[in-house]
Design a protein around this ligand. Structure first.
Ligand SMILES: Cc1cc2nc3c(=O)[nH]c(=O)nc-3n(C[C@H](O)[C@H](O)[C@H](O)COP(=O)(O)O)c2cc1C
Length: 216
């Protein structure tokens, strides 16, 4: 699809270039309910740490435990252990089509479109999100037209510094991104002061992540 036409015609969001106007439309999502009428959601958790038992993965584990106990379905993509090529801006996808790279991102493609909730779990790496998770997020470009519709989003983030100033730019990035995608923030667990694997276990944050998952 011609990119200009796509950007004009999309029912979701159009962004022509950095700093341009953002147009949004609401599209209602279907949802499953159980016999009590409670909403049972599909949740996609995307993690960004190469430390399997690290701090952000511990938050993801606890969130998942709570969400599954509440009856939701959780699927997970551990970016650091997958083969995901960075976007090369060829625009063959037209922001709504087939990507030239057929790799592990296909799992995200298959699971994000109908997900009610997308959880991003990442450490801070050099004042940003990890490269592993950013690479996955950049590939959203190819499915922009399919995912720019109402979903809930969650940010789980860990970092060594104890200043909230360090986390703020990433929170801004997250807020700006989900606003663009027409997603709404369902909660953030931001854990400062954790450096080594296991540090998070001496904090309140795993419990907070569990509670967030249970009450999502
Ligand atoms: C490459 C690298 C860069 C990092 N950069 C920062 C940073 O800019 N600010 C910070 O507070 N911590 C930084 N850290 C520390 C991690 O954010 C912290 O250890 C975090 O809890 C790791 O999460 P994980 O256990 O889930 O991997 C960095 C760690 C690494 C390995």
């Amino acid at each position: 699809m011609d990119r200009r036409k796509f950007l004009k015609g999309t029912t979701a969001i159009a962004v022509a270039a950095a700093g341009s106007t953002i147009i949004k439309h609401s599209i209602s999502l279907g949802s499953n309910t159980n016999t009590e009428g409670e909403k049972k959601m599909k949740i996609l958790v995307i993690t960004g740490s190469p430390r399997k038992n690290g701090n952000s993965n511990t938050l993801a584990d606890n969130f998942t435990k709570g969400a599954e106990e509440a009856g939701h379905t959780v699927v997970r993509f551990d970016s650091a252990f997958k083969n995901v090529h960075p976007c090369v801006a060829c625009n063959k996808c037209g922001m709504n089509g087939t990507c030239v790279f057929q790799d592990d991102f296909n799992f995200v493609r298959e699971n994000i479109v109908d997900a009610d909730v997308v959880v991003l779990a990442t450490p801070i790496y050099y004042f940003g999100i990890s490269a592993q998770i950013k690479t996955v997020i950049d590939r959203f470009y190819a499915i922009n037209g399919q995912i720019s519709r109402p979903k809930k989003a969650v940010l789980l983030m860990t970092y060594a510094d104890t200043s909230s100033k360090v986390a703020q730019p990433i929170i801004n990035h997250y807020e700006t991104m989900i606003d663009y995608l027409n997603w709404s923030d369902a909660g953030k667990i931001i854990a400062p002061g954790v450096w080594s694997v296991g540090d998070i276990n001496h904090t309140q944050y795993p419990q907070k992540a569990y509670d967030l998952g249970k009450n999502i």
